[in-house]
Design a protein around this ligand. Structure first.
Ligand code: AMP
Length: 448
C-alpha cells in the first residue's frame, strides 16, 4: 500500500498531512501524485469526495516549496479554475491546510463580491489563485491579472463548468497562459465537449480514474461501538443474537483473525464460516454456497477475500476491526444495501483504531453515531472523552439513527468528537445533492 512518505513529498507537507489526520493516500492521490511530481499533464476522472483536491494541491505546493520565488504583482504561479464560489473557497482552504507550515499566498477570486479587496490582493501577486472563470476574466480584461508567467493550471469539475456555460470563458483564459505549463483537468464524467477541451489543453496527459462508490454508502445505516479490544468478541456475539441480522459479513484485518472470530461465533452457537486467502478454492466455494443458501448466517472475511463475494440480501456488515484505508470501509459496507435495498453497517472501534475512524469520517463526510461500551478505565484514559450515549440509551444494533441523518447533524448528541480532528468531518457540501456527497475509491463497490 502506498504511503504519503513514498510519494516523495517534502517533509513540510508530510507534517501538515499528519496534522490533518491523513494517514494513507486515497486512490486518486496514490495514482496522480507521482505523475504530477514528474511534471506531467493529467486527465483525472474523479468526483468530489475522492480526495482529488489534495491530489493536485500537494504537487503544486511541492513545486512552490522546491522553487520558492516571490510572485510578481498581478501574477499567480498556479491557477485553479473552479465552477462555484463554494468550491473555490474549499479548494483555497485545502491549499492553506496542506501548506500550513510553508504559508504560501493563496487567494480566491469569485463573482458577487466587491472588486476592491480582490484588486489589492492581485496587486501583491499570489502563489496560488483559485478562481471562478467570469470574475477572473474581468480582472484580466482590466489588466489586473496577467497569466503569462503562470506555471500550473488546474481545471476542477470540468463537467460542472460545462453545465454552467463556462467553456468559452475557460478557452479565453487558457489562451492567455504560456504554452509551456503543467495542466491538470478533473472531471467526474467525460462528455464530448470536455474530451475536446482536454485534447486541446493537455499535452500527452497521464490518465487516472477512480470510480465513485458513493450511492451505496448513502443507503447504509451506519453505527459505531467504542469498545475495549478484549470485549469485542462478546459484543459481537451479543450483536449477532439480534434476530434482525439475517445474513452478515464480519470483516477482520487478518486471515488468522478471521479464523478466530469464526470459531468463536461457532462456539457460541452462531453459525459462521471464514473465507480468506489461505483457504482452498473448494473450501471457499463451499463456504460461499452455504452462506448464499442461508445455511450459514455469518461469513467472516478479510478485505481481499471479500472482493469475490457476490451475494444479495446481506442485511449487516460488521467491521470487527476497522480497515487500514478509509476506502476499504466504503467497499466493505457496499456489501450490504445492494440492488437498491437498505442495509446496516456496525463498526467495533477500540481506542487504537480511532484515527482510522476519523479518516473514514473525513473521507465520507459523515459523522457516525456512536455508542460507548468501553470500560470506565478506558474512558478515564481518554484525555478528551467522546460524547456518549448513556448505557441505558444505547441504540440496539437494529434501531440506530442512520448516517444519512447523522451527516445533517454532524455534532449532535451521541456523535463522537474527540478533539483531535481539527476540521472535523465536513458536512455534505450544499447544493447538487448526491454528487456533492459522493466519494469514491479505486474499485467499484458492487451495487447489485
Ligand atoms: P475532496 O474530494 O478533495 O473534496 O476530499 C474529500 C474529503 O476527504 C475532504 O474532507 C478531505 O479533507 C478528505 N481527504 C482527502 N484526502 C484524504 C486522505 N488521504 N485521508 C483522509 N481524508 C482525506
Amino acid at each position: 500500500m502506498t504511503k504519503f512518505s513514498d510519494l516523495g513529498l517534502a517533509e513540510i507537507l508530510l507534517r501538515a498531512l499528519d496534522r490533518e489526520g491523513y494517514e494513507t493516500p486515497t486512490s486518486i492521490q496514490a495514482q496522480a501524485i507521482p505523475y504530477l511530481m514528474q511534471g506531467r499533464d493529467l486527465l483525472g476522472i474523479a468526483q468530489t469526495g475522492t480526495g482529488k483536491t489534495a491530489a493536485f494541491a500537494l504537487p503544486i505546493l511541492e513545486r512552490l516549496a522546491a522553487e520558492p520565488r516571490r510572485p510578481a504583482p498581478f501574477t499567480a504561479r498556479a491557477l485553479v479554475l473552479a465552477p462555484t464560489r463554494e468550491l473555490a473557497a474549499q479548494i483555497a482552504d485545502s491549499f492553506r491546510a496542506y501548506g500550513q507550515f510553508m504559508r504560501p499566498s493563496v487567494g480566491v477570486i469569485v463573482g458577487g463580491v466587491s472588486h476592491r479587496p480582490q484588486n489589492d490582493m492581485l496587486a501583491r501577486g499570489l502563489d496560488v489563485l483559485v478562481a471562478t472563470p467570469g470574475r477572473l476574466l474581468d480582472h484580466i480584461a482590466s489588466g489586473r491579472m496577467r497569466l503569462a508567467s503562470t506555471e500550473v493550471l488546474v481545471l476542477d469539475e470540468a463537467d460542472h463548468m460545462l453545465d454552467l456555460g463556462f467553456i468559452v470563458p475557460i478557452r479565453q483564459i487558457v489562451a492567455k497562459l504560456p504554452k509551456k505549463r503543467q495542466t491538470l483537468l478533473f472531471s467526474a464524467t467525460m462528455p464530448k465537449e470536455i474530451a475536446g477541451l482536454a485534447q486541446d489543453m493537455l499535452n500527452n496527459p497521464a490518465q487516472v480514474s477512480v470510480t465513485p462508490v458513493a450511492t451505496t454508502a448513502e443507503r447504509v445505516d451506519q453505527h459505531v461501538f467504542f469498545v475495549d479490544g478484549g470485549a469485542k468478541r462478546d459484543l459481537l456475539i451479543e450483536l449477532m443474537n439480534d434476530a434482525d441480522i439475517s445474513r452478515a459479513i464480519v470483516f477482520t484485518r487478518t486471515k488468522r483473525g478471521a479464523d478466530r472470530v469464526a470459531q468463536h461465533l461457532d462456539a457460541a452457537g452462531v453459525g459462521a464460516e471464514a473465507i480468506h486467502g489461505n483457504k482452498s478454492q473448494s473450501q471457499r466455494i463451499r463456504a460461499l454456497d452455504s452462506f448464499r443458501k442461508g445455511r450459514t448466517r455469518v461469513l467472516v472475511a478479510t478485505d481481499i477475500a471479500a472482493r469475490g463475494i457476490d451475494v444479495d440480501g446481506v442485511s449487516h456488515v460488521v467491521n470487527y476491526e476497522l480497515p487500514e484505508t478509509p476506502e476499504a470501509y466504503v467497499h466493505r459496507i457496499g456489501r450490504t444495501a445492494r440492488a437498491g435495498a437498505s442495509g446496516r453497517a456496525i463498526s467495533l472501534c477500540e481506542n487504537g483504531e480511532r484515527p482510522l475512524l476519523r479518516q473514514i469520517e473525513k473521507l465520507t463526510r459523515q459523522s457516525l453515531p456512536v455508542t460507548d461500551r468501553r470500560s470506565a478505565d478506558q474512558r478515564h484514559d481518554d484525555a478528551q472523552p467522546a460524547r456518549r450515549v448513556p448505557r441505558g440509551g444505547a441504540p440496539k444494533a437494529h434501531a440506530h439513527a442512520g448516517a444519512r441523518n447523522a451527516s445533517k447533524h454532524p455534532r449532535r448528541e451521541g456523535h463522537h468528537s474527540d478533539g483531535h480532528h481539527p476540521a472535523g468531518p465536513r458536512p455534505a457540501r450544499p447544493g447538487n445533492g448526491q454528487k456533492r456527497r459522493a466519494f469514491g475509491g479505486g474499485n467499484r463497490a458492487p451495487q447489485g
